[in-house]
Design a protein around this ligand. Sequence first.
Ligand code: NDP
Ligand code: 2IT
Length: 448
Amino acid sequence: MTTAKDYIQQAFEAVKARNPHETEFLQAVEELFNTLEPVIEAHPEYITENILARVAEPERIISFRVPWTDKGGKVQVNRGYRVQFNSAVGPYKGGLRFHPTVNQSILKFLGFEQIFKNVLTGLPIGGGKGGSDFDPKGKTDAEIMRFCQSFMTELQKHIGPSLDVPAGDIGVGGREIGYMYGQYKRLRQFDAGVLTGKPLGFGGSLIRPEATGYGLVYFTDNMLQANGKSFKDQTVLISGSGNVAQFAVQKATELGAKVISVSDSNGYIIDETGIDFDLLCDIKNNRRARLTEYAAEKATATYHEGSVWNYEGKADIALPCATQNEIDGSAAARLVKNGVYCVAEGANMPSNLDAIHTYQENGVLYGLAKAANAGGVAVSALEMSQNSLRLSWTAEEVDNRLKDIMANIFNTAKETAEKYNLGKDYLAGANIAAFEQIADAMIAQGLV
Ligand code: NDP
Ligand code: 2IT
């Protein structure tokens, strides 16, 4: 009889052999598979059903040409994708990323993680992700609009409110969703539920812009409180300065923390008096400018080139909110050395496998991305509900639902870890709980 351990290893080797160059995807699969031995031991049918091979293969990947004209009238071509990974519990759901680094491996890692994140929310949404290697930086509004229109002209053939519901991610916010929604409507019909993260005037939900950052802080607060701590008077490092980072700054500050950093892909700000949320939002959202402007305008702030994870000062809590693999083993060791006892992930897969290992060896409270940043997609699912009901809920109602969902996710991770005698391993707890639900749903639907 194959043991759970042997099965996991064989299944991972097979995924590697099939996707040899997809390093980010393999990393996400390895991280999940590494935690599954106890649940596969408890469910021998997962081996006979070969569920690991099935769950690691996307149901469908769509890849397409996106031609558009730049402001000089020159014809440009980008590549667009949608990875429809798993629909066992609902329509494919997940963001669109516009960034020059986008490729199939990155979208497969994001789509794979989305399956488990989404089921943790307790809402009926499957896993998907998409995007393009288009670089929005420095583009005019009209260029962004033409790109979004061309992208949606193809994508609309493959999505729908009960089929696949995209949203934002890096490089895609309310402006881009608005342009894509407008094009969808011209080609199809008014169908508010086909995209989430829409502006408020045509079906968007209150609290969706805030949801990932707020949800991250709610999750972390639950994790801290379960361990006799809180945000009060804690020094917090945040990376990134986009949608997720901004609202994490705001909510952590509201709960009594002092957030001393934000960053972008060039450098980082340290502001010992606490990051000024209004100034940050004005620079990033209204002026669409760089963080150097923050340091130029705020006397207490300093700007430093490079990664914020090179910072050598003391801190208590780290909330990475920029991008994948921003924290490696040596950065994680630096955090531990400088007093960080809690890391929770607003970004997707910001910690590489060495970094996770370092947290675990040092007893760092670790809130994995799939659990900690699920607030964004959770409120997206609430936006879908409101669109179906043709109603809008108040900010307070959505925020209260978000708080409940994040508390439930933390409790699920905690209780599952306890059930399998894994102590405070919330990574394993969340992975196991999510995987079990997906595996059982797939098996109950026959050979899918
Ligand atoms: P934004 O585009 O609003 O902001 C992205 C931020 O990350 C910017 O500050 C950007 O800096 C920085 N960044 C991007 N790429 C890199 C890089 N290669 N190195 C260093 N910094 C980088 O995106 P979001 O805030 O929406 O997304 C941030 C993270 O959160 C992503 O990992 C995303 O997948 C994840 N996430 C987002 C959700 C959402 O609802 N939006 C939900 C759940 C997770 P610069 O301006 O220099 O590029
Ligand atoms: O990574 C994510 O969860 C998101 N970018 C949000 C996806 C969504 O559908 O709101």
